[in-house]
Ligand binder design. Sequence first.
Ligand code: NAD
Length: 265
Amino acid sequence: MAVDYGLQGHVAVITGSTSGIGQAMAASLAEQGVNVVLNGFGDPAKIEADRAALEQRTGVKVRYHGADMLKADEVADMVDFARREFGRLDILVNNAGFQHVAPIDEFPVETWNNLIGVVLTSTFLATRAALPIMKAQGRGRIVNIASAHGLVASPFKSAYVAAKHGVVGFTKVTALENARLGITANAICPGYVKTPLVEAQIADQAKARGIPEDRVMGEVILAAQPNKQFVEYEHLAGMLLYLVSDMGASATGAAMVLDGGWTAT
Ligand code: NAD
């Protein structure tokens, strides 16, 4: 039987939840009785089909807001949409992101700005909009999906590593400013999870390093993880549900590492 985290009736916004980790995290929250606001890009018909299927399967209310994380007014409206739809906001998961792999001296400036915008600045913007609602409630949970790359670096990922280190730092400040208000903020730092983002990286890394894709998988991607296993969605869901439940009340300002031993090396 599934563990009951006592989250029935809570409300969550999960950015970048039309794919990969965000979609899996939204499902894990909905399965616990949390009403969710989905966000992210994709084919509108697929987004609506996925939304309706999650609602049907779990019995919670599932809404979608198409905010572009690069647009401050849209991010703020997405957070307020949760309040308008459900009257509250208990959980914010800042997850939207993308990767770009290139040497620094060839890294396109526009791509740098967009990556910092989607990964780091949108985390600030959504948190900024959510805090007044959470403060009024006297409780809130902010979980930022950072990365092992929030703690250590790899070549050719300058914008991503800078943005994710920024997310870990921003998480600490969010925790400190709200430590006495019933609001926690934590980062989850996964190693490699086999999502569409990583599948695209396999091709990009092959190009940047000039080696075939099958060698990238073993020599580059899982080379970093001592356990030689991708991180599974269930492992991430376990940490997320712990952090957003009452059991997670003492965890704040932390970078929760789920990386098969990568950052221990
Ligand atoms: P993904 O490509 O499967 O999903 C990314 C999501 O972000 C999608 O829903 C996409 O539409 C959304 N998104 C991108 N740009 C957006 C924008 N401007 N506005 C709104 N939504 C936008 O990727 P994923 O692997 O599931 O990654 C999710 C998060 O997890 C990212 O922050 C990523 O850096 C992080 N992460 C991933 C891994 C991994 O191995 N996959 C490891 C560590 C951390």
